[in-house]
Design a protein around this ligand. Structure first.
Ligand code: HEM
Length: 264
């Protein structure tokens, strides 16, 4: 299975051009969904208004090189390691799922554009990357879904309670799971079953990329922007228009140690 390029395996059924058009349509759906979300929520408008207001309160004028260094540090730390999730399971699960998804998507695009037909042999590093990316997505995603989700871990709801906010993680998991099942059944010669998983894989992709407006998909664009703005506001002293930190030491009493704080 790990050496199988499932896209070239169906090139006689679905032409490479069709597969490439499908991928381009998915990218267009993400762009359209995010744009409509921005227009509807007005979040980007508010974000820039706030950034302009904060700039007026700046205590230090940042030079271009200082700004570049703050942005680079944010990318390398806050964004690349999702530092906002703190130390612990949430962050490990997220990093696993995030890099898994990036590898899975990048390998899919390479396979579809560079090795779409059965005649050209796909490098094993690429087919391995596709499968490992999907497995990492499943590990991080299912760990999050079954054990770490706030409604399950802190609010004692059962794991099978599904709400609209779960659309993103569930569609992402469906893509990775059905993708793996499709490749496994195809490489094992279970042709009819592989067609069923192919259809499920296509439907999962349509839901994931077509549902951007209704899901949390766009957080992967908003979060990095917000992290960069926050760190720039800290570096120039404007602190996002917040008051300065209190000088008194943090005293919460012994009660804070009684139970791990997780009721957020
Ligand atoms: C390919 C990129 C990414 C993928 C696939 C991804 C995936 C996910 C998933 C599946 C969730 C759970 C959603 C839910 O609550 O149902 C999530 C939550 C989250 N993501 Fe991402 N993400 C990506 C990029 C990012 C980036 C770049 C950041 C920050 C810089 C980020 C920060 C967060 C945070 C703070 C949460 C909330 C986690 C929690 O409630 O435990 N994500 N992400």
């Amino acid at each position: 299975m790990f050496y199988n390029n499932p896209f070239s395996g169906i090139s006689e059924l679905v032409s490479p051009i069709m597969m490439q058009l499908f991928l381009i349509t998915m990218v267009a759906l993400v762009a359209a969904g995010t744009l409509i979300d921005i227009i509807h929520k007005k979040n980007v408008k508010y974000f820039f208004q706030n950034a302009r207001k904060a700039k007026k309160n700046a205590k230090v004028q940042l030079t271009t090189s200082k700004r570049a260094s703050v942005i680079l540090k944010t990318v390398a730390h806050d964004i690349a390691t999702t530092a906002e999730l703190g130390r612990g399971k949430r962050r490990v699960a997220h990093v696993l799922g995030m890099y898994g998804t990036i590898i899975f998507w990048a390998a899919s695009a390479f396979m579809i554009f560079a090795f779409p037909s059965a005649g050209i042999e796909t490098p094993s590093s690429l087919t391995m990357a596709w499968h490992i990316g999907a497995i990492m997505t499943c590990l991080g995603g299912y760990w999050f879904w079954f054990f770490l989700r706030v409604d399950v871990s802190a609010e004692a709801n059962p794991w099978y309670r599904i709400i609209q906010a779960d659309l993103f993680v569930l569609a992402l998991l469906a893509c990775a799971t059905f993708g793996l099942a499709w490749s496994f059944t195809q490489s094992s010669g279970m042709q009819n079953l592989s067609y069923i998983f192919l259809v499920l894989f296509i439907v999962a992709n349509l839901v994931l990329f077509g549902g951007v407006y209704w899901s949390k998909f766009a957080h992967m664009f908003y979060k990095p922007g917000a992290a960069i703005q926050k760190n720039l506001a800290e570096a120039d002293g404007s602190r996002d228009n917040l008051p300065p930190p209190a000088e008194a030491p943090e005293q919460f009493g012994l009660g804070i140690k009684r139970e791990e704080p997780k009721h957020y």
